[in-house]
Design a protein around this ligand. Sequence first.
Ligand code: ZN
Length: 87
Amino acid sequence: MKAHTGVDASVGRTDVGDASQGDKMETFACTRLGLDCDFTVSGATREEVMTAAMEHGMSAHADLMAGMTPEQAAEFATKLGEAIQAA
Ligand SMILES: [Zn+2]
């Protein structure tokens, strides 16, 4: 599997007139999970950021993910979700 460098989750959409998403960005940083990693991602929706963060985790933190029990992985996903914050 190829490791992604530069997750492109922040593709600038400038749809004027769509007020449903406003101009808020959701952001995630690995440091919010206590990881010694400078990865950050931002996107228009939580889903977008979550997807990018999971992809990053699967490649950059494969060892960490592989060592988790399904229970720990679920807990990790919850923490990840909580770590996504609107900026
Ligand atoms: Zn990371």
